[in-house]
Design a protein around this ligand. Structure first.
Ligand code: NAD
Length: 388
């Protein structure tokens, strides 16, 4: 793999739309794409606020002529430069993901985009077509699929070690003060809690991660769901808790719990998957470990970095056993494979060897279809609704 980077002969050039110094996730992306030294950040339209745009570009030593205030201008100018960006990272709120992504895809630039893919199913389908039309690499940063032990879980399921999957229990249920309270002054609400952005936004913000992770591990997508969603926090106008039940085509059953009011839980992402031979369990707060419980044998604790894993799981763990890695290197795994996929695409190679392990535009569409069905189900009193 190092050979692929050496043969390509240079770092990939990347730009950012969103992710300004005022944002939640911008710095995480920068840390992740700098982890392996495969990317140079050379351009950006970092914020909707021109002052933040300027401060972010200055702080990151972006050349003045590549500090843009409009992403459309950025796409046009970068596409016209001999040393233009190879890829753009979209780290804006979801309402404009599709417009930004389509602009860069149409300009011939690869896209790495934050989740949820889009706000509506229509936008998601349109974006899926734009990706196909462009022939460019599109990676969705469902970053948790970069955890070595999540990848180990996927391999265990594929190996048949769990037998036939029966029950899938996924959750992303936190309750830190930042999400479990509304500000006194409602005009200070974060966009996540503004009703005009969708009453069911919780499913895009947190539920979509757990939903993608379980689809990634099991390869199974539910066919229908029933949603039971509530609003607990005073003055709040969007849902802050969601219980979804799922049916799968082969008879398996699942449930997804998303919450902002799981008081005292800081993050709360995890899964339990039960087959007829064994079960697995993982929680991000303890993300170096995957519990494996065979029916008639003692429980085993699998650990990131240990011997005996596949190459894919082994290379996803960057340190020797005993050192904690966590979130940032899981995110960096997504960026490393995105870089490799883009290099393959740019040199006429086979990018699918890398994209097959990465969250795609179709994964994004699957998430938006789930959210759409959940909203319809909740509005109809929790009735069963087909997904997509
Ligand atoms: N993968 C993860 O773990 C993770 C974690 C948090 C957020 N997210 C996702 O990341 C995205 C951003 O979330 P956030 O919490 O960082 O939001 P945020 O509101 O904190 O930051 C958004 C940034 O985008 C900028 N922006 C908005 N419109 C823009 C435009 N037209 N042009 C240029 N910049 C623009 C804002 O000025 C700001 O800098 C969302 O889709 C969210 O769901 C993902």
């Amino acid at each position: 793999m190092k050979q692929e980077f050496i043969k390509f002969g240079r770092r990939l050039r990347v730009g950012m739309v969103g992710g300004g110094f005022d944002s939640v996730i911008g710095e995480t992306h920068r840390l992740a794409f700098q982890a392996d030294g495969h990317w140079d950040l050379v351009a950006g339209a970092f914020s909707i606020n021109p002052v933040v745009c300027e401060e972010t570009a200055k702080g990151l030593f972006i050349a003045d002529d590549r500090n843009y205030t409009d992403y459309r201008e950025m796409a046009l100018k970068e596409a016209a430069r001999a040393d233009g960006i190879d890829a753009v990272v979209i780290a804006t709120p979801p309402g404009i993901h599709n417009a930004v992504a389509e602009t860069f895809l149409d300009a011939g630039i690869h896209v790495i985009c934050e989740k949820p893919l889009t706000r509506t199913v229509e936008e998601a389908r349109q974006l899926e077509q734009a990706v196909a039309r462009s022939g460019k690499i599109f990676v969705l940063t469902h970053c948790y699929s970069g955890f070595p032990m999540v990848r180990q879980a996927r391999e265990l399921v594929a190996s048949g070690a769990l037998g036939k999957i029966r029950l899938i229990d996924m959750e992303f249920a936190g309750g830190s003060p930042g999400v479990s309270e509304e500000p006194e002054d409602l005009s200070k609400r974060h966009w996540r809690f503004q009703p005009q952005n969708g009453k069911e936004m919780i499913l895009g913000e947190v539920g979509s991660h757990a939903y993608h992770m379980v689809r990634y591990i099991t390869g199974m997508t539910p066919t229908r769901l029933s949603a039971f969603m509530q609003t607990f926090v005073p003055r709040r106008e969007v849902y802050d808790n969601a219980f979804l039940n799922f049916e799968f085509a082969d008879g398996a059953a699942g449930r997804l719990w998303s919450s902002y009011v799981a008081t005292g839980t800081q993050h709360g992402l995890g899964f339990r998957i039960y087959g007829d031979k064994a079960a697995i369990e993982w929680h991000e707060e303890d993300g170096e470990y995957l519990r494996f419980r065979p029916l008639r044998e003692p429980e085993t604790m699998l650990r990131a970095g240990q011997d005996g894993t596949s190459n894919f799981v082994g290379y996803s763990a960057r340190f020797r056993p005993g050192h904690t890695e966590g979130y940032i290197l899981a995110f960096a795994n997504i960026y490393r494979e995105a870089a490799l996929a883009i290099i393959q695409a740019e040199t006429g190679g086979d990018s699918t060897q890398y994209t097959s392990g990465l969250p795609s535009v179709s994964d994004g569409l699957a998430g938006v279809l789930m959210i759409d069905a959940a909203a319809a189900s909740a509005n109809a009193g929790g009735t069963w609704v087909d997904i997509g």
